[in-house]
Ligand binder design. Structure first.
Ligand code: UD1
Length: 316
């Protein structure tokens, strides 16, 4: 049995990782500043796993003393804490830098000093930027278009440096537009699927930034949980960067059509200016995940969308 620390464990993706770890009977500690995370997510995760709510530390992962306390006695760190929004990082690059770079450095130092066996980091497909070649392979050059993308790039480079300098085992899993239950539609910075589902269920028109032809490899959260947990045990992958996604490509116009169909909505979208820092297309090559982790998507996009709509409308 390993002891896990999940930073950002009260957030959307973090709480799904916590849920699966609890289901497996692992010992879990959560560190979260509740900026976008919520205690209700942890309670829901524990209830779904039939386990007690795990140990919870509230505070900033960039606080070195707290990060040190959080990493004490831990075998595996899942570093999910972040300010997870491209437009929010454009509006407030300094706070985003604090969360995404200072926070990552603090947990790396704490993990190194605590003798953690492996740290798995939530990377982002945004680091590919507007590289035209598709699907995106991990060996393609960085082309960050936003502070968020740059910060995620630096995060994964910091991991590799800690592996090279101090022998800390690290793995970056690059996420591609993760969606599912517990993704909060409460802010204009929320993920587009959560916003579309909310708009459709309230009979409101969604906003589409740009012409809606931009595409994303929308990934249901159970796939990410599977990929990340495989990365905690797969042998010989220290220092690696690995895409975990569905390998699909859905435009925003197609996405709205599907959400609208599932909810029987009749509104049509309002089109606005393209968002600063947005990338146009995103689709993952997942060959490396298959080779190194034995990963393949377990929940396809359409099924994930059905589950998400069912959850959002109280039938999930
Ligand atoms: C998302 C993640 C980010 C992750 C990245 C790569 C969120 C909030 N962000 O960024 O953490 O690192 O994928 O996996 O999950 N859009 C609209 N209308 C809206 C909202 C968004 O048209 O109301 C558009 C955006 O302009 C963009 C697309 O939808 O073109 C996706 O936006 P968003 O869900 O915010 O995700 P990303 O910016 O791709």
């Amino acid at each position: 049995m390993a002891r896990f620390l999940v930073t950002g464990g009260a957030g959307f993706i973090g709480s799904h990782l916590v849920e699966e770890l609890l289901r497996r009977g692992e010992t879990v500690r959560v560190l979260d500043n509740l900026s976008t995370g919520r205690l209700a997510n942890l309670e829901a995760a524990a209830a779904a796993a039939g386990a007690p709510v795990p140990e919870f530390l509230e505070g900033d992962v960039a606080d070195h003393a707290l990060a040190r306390r959080a990493a004490e006695g831990v075998d595996v760190v899942l570093h999910q804490a972040a300010m997870p929004s491209v437009p929010r990082s454009v509006a407030d690059p300094v706070s985003a830098n604090h969360a995404n770079i200072d926070g990552t450095l603090a947990i790396l130092v704490a993990a190194r000093d605590a003798g953690v066996k492996r740290l798995v980091f939530a990377g982002s497909s945004s680091v590919y930027g507007d590289a035209l070649e598709m699907p995106k392979r991990e060996d393609m050059p960085y082309k960050p278009l936003s502070p968020y993308a740059l910060q995620k790039q630096v995060g994964e480079q910091y991991l590799q440096m800690f592996t090279a300098l101090y022998g800390l085992e690290t793995v970056t899993i690059r996420y591609f537009n993760v969606f599912g239950p517990r993704q909060d539609p409460g802010s204009p910075y929320s993920g587009v699927i959560s916003l579309f589902v909310k708009a459709a269920s309230e009979g409101r028109a969604p906003t589409i930034y740009g012409d809606g032809g931009q595409t994303r490899d929308f990934t249901y959260v159970a796939n990410v949980v599977d990929g990340v947990l495989r990365a905690t045990t797969a042998p010989g992958i220290s220092g690696q960067i690995i895409n975990v996604a569905t390998n699909g490509r859905v435009s925003l116009n197609e996405l709205w059509a599907q959400v609208r169909g599932l909810l029987g909505a009749t509104t049509t979208p309002v089109y606005g200016e393209p968002r600063a820092g947005d990338i146009r297309d995103s689709q993952a090559d997942i060959t490396k995940a298959a080779t190194l982790l034995g990963y393949r998507p377990i929940v396809p996009f359409e099924e994930g969308l059905r589950r998400t709509v069912a959850w959002a409308t109280g039938r999930g």
